[in-house]
Write a protein that binds this ligand. Structure first.
Ligand SMILES: [Cu+2]
Length: 202
């Protein structure tokens, strides 16, 4: 048997073992608390956890909504996995004209009521800041991440994610950082049975 063939067999065996290991790693609820340096909870922060061996891009049936209600974006901060099509349903009686000039996703949905039929696909990681041409005060963010493990902290600064046990890279982003900032990176040990606290400068 040639060395190349042997290497190929070894590689196949190794990747099979690796995928079996990642399938075997059971996800369990993990509470994560984000605080500032003073120990106060950081609300409305996107928490994304990168678990080795998971797909960076969204599955084919992924979809999300960025609604407009009461002349505001709802939610203010939406997190989606890369490749997710996002619909922009308008629940107001007034028409909106949503746009983003962000390099992560430049788009414009001209004056509309109801739900525009074509979603906007967010195909690149990063953050898009959105406004409305009609209502200057409208401000919203779509944060795009290369992982299916993400959430946004509540007023208690906390998220709960189903994570496999182990050490994972976590990225925390909130609007005050600005859209060009990828977020604060830390490591997180999941599966210890208690909430993990992440302290950031905010
Ligand atoms: Cu508007």
């Amino acid at each position: 048997m040639s060395t190349a063939a042997r290497t190929a067999i070894l590689t196949t065996a190794l990747s099979a073992a690796l995928s079996a290991a990642s399938l075997g790693a059971q996800a369990a609820p993990q509470a994560i608390l984000v605080t500032n340096e003073a120990g106060q909870p950081v609300a409305q922060a996107a928490v994304s956890v990168y678990v080795k061996g998971t797909r960076a891009t969204a599955s084919a049936n992924a979809t999300a909504n960025m609604a407009q209600k009461g002349r505001a974006f709802q939610p203010t901060l939406l997190v989606v996995q890369t490749g997710t099509p996002v619909l922009f349903p308008n629940f107001d009686t007034v028409r909106h004209h949503v746009y983003s000039f962000s390099p992560t996703k430049k788009f414009e949905i001209k004056l509309y009521a109801g739900t525009p039929s074509a979603p906007v696909v967010f195909d690149k990681a990063g953050t898009a800041t959105m406004g409305c041409n009609i209502h200057d005060q409208m401000l919203g963010y779509i944060h795009v991440v290369d992982t299916p493990y993400f959430s946004v902290t509540g007023s208690d600064g906390q998220v709960n994610l189903d994570l496999p046990a182990g050490e994972h890279r976590v990225q925390i982003w909130w609007p005050a950082l600005g859209e060009t900032n990828p977020g604060v990176e830390q490591m997180l040990k999941a599966g210890g049975g208690q909430a993990v606290m992440l302290r950031v400068k905010s």
